[in-house]
Design a binder for this molecule. Sequence first.
Ligand SMILES: Cc1cc2nc3c(=O)[nH]c(=O)nc-3n(C[C@H](O)[C@H](O)[C@H](O)COP(=O)(O)OP(=O)(O)OC[C@H]3O[C@@H](n4cnc5c(N)ncnc54)[C@H](O)[C@@H]3O)c2cc1C
Length: 415
Amino acid sequence: MKKVIVIGGGAAGMMAAIAAADQGSKVLLLEKNEKLGKKLFITGKGRCNVTNAGDMENLFANVMTNEKFLYSAFYTYDNNMVMDFLEKAGCPLKVERGDRVFPVSDHSSDVIAAFQRELKKKGVEIRLNTEVKELMSSEAEEGKRITGVLLTNGKKELADAVVIATGGISYASTGSTGDGYRFAQNAGHKVVECKPSLVPFNMKEDWCKEAMGVSLKNVSLTLKCGKKEIYNGFGEMLITHFGISGPLALSASSYYVSKAKGECMCFIDLKPALTIEQLDKRVLRDFEESKNKQFRNALNHLFPSKLIPVMVKLSGIDPEKKVNEITREERKSFVELIKNIPLTIDGVRDFKEAIITKGGVSVKEVNPSTMESKVLSGLYFAGEVLDLDALTGGYNLQIAWSTGYLAGLNAGEQD
Ligand SMILES: Cc1cc2nc3c(=O)[nH]c(=O)nc-3n(C[C@H](O)[C@H](O)[C@H](O)COP(=O)(O)OP(=O)(O)OC[C@H]3O[C@@H](n4cnc5c(N)ncnc54)[C@H](O)[C@@H]3O)c2cc1C
């Protein structure tokens, strides 16, 4: 019977272990933490957005890096198969706005529990608190071949195939400390530079501190580098003491990290449903209703209260000025401001705050139909350790499930 070792008991590793066991292999799952799925536990704010129920075109459209590499993986194990697997494993699911799929219970722990039950059922041996130090390989006539792994406790574990599913380097406290990159590099693989992605932005403007905590709904965010627009999205975002966060900012960061060149700016449109002309009429109406009030006291219907002093300052209009003394030009430029609040990007936050790592083991040296290394035979990769990433909405976990399944299927295949 073939022996398969899976390094990493996260989303991709658990799926790979199950798929390899299904092929009739003896599977050993090694996890350095005291429990499985530590990162899975914190996904989707503890609710775990397991996948996205959209069609195949939508899955590919939401992958930001190397989507073509995922062709076999997505078609071999798609979102419907993951949903079917979880439901059958006793974790009922529901579909929410934007086709995001969550457990009915809203508890990520139920996803992990479903995997644990399946791993047990398939006879996978799980070893917790067990850290892999390095890969072992031998030089044979037909080339280099994996022979097993060396653990940090000095023990050796032999295997016919090894799956690296060690994740990226974001939220390292969950166990993803980038060990897989080192294993891959030592085996002769190229690792594409890693950058934090789906991550909040630092902004140069001081006013963010003043407006910190303001949550903006139904706004649009545009990201421009020089004159070139590289992102535009509609939805929710949050002003923080350092800049911006929330869904819109996270999505924008993915484009920024991949495509930004030179000085980049973000522009917030607080009233994207209105044209400049419509908004001007609306502001005029508001101003007429409060014509004897001071400017700073006439904006209650337009913005959240914490944003008012900021908008007043940015407008350059004297806050004490009576509304009926505001000139047409002043009003027009105020309207422009509401639809285009500028923010100067001062980089993104650290890996500690990033949902995902962009970069990783280059897919050029991995067979997309099997996930096997083209450099070291018997070695397979799955999940975030690979140079693959997607937008939010369940797509990153789908990458982990699909590549995990394909890697396990092939690593576990009997000769
Ligand atoms: C806050 C947050 C929220 C997220 N929410 C979502 C969401 O709702 N939906 C979504 O699709 N994606 C989400 N993601 C992204 C998603 O969690 C990851 O893409 C996914 O977990 C990657 O799976 P993985 O198995 O490749 O890596 P991981 O889940 O990171 O698992 C890797 C495992 O390998 C183990 N390991 C590492 N090195 C070793 C070693 N040397 N020896 C033994 N074990 C080792 C680690 O301890 C870890 O358990 C979120 C991420 C974060 C940080």
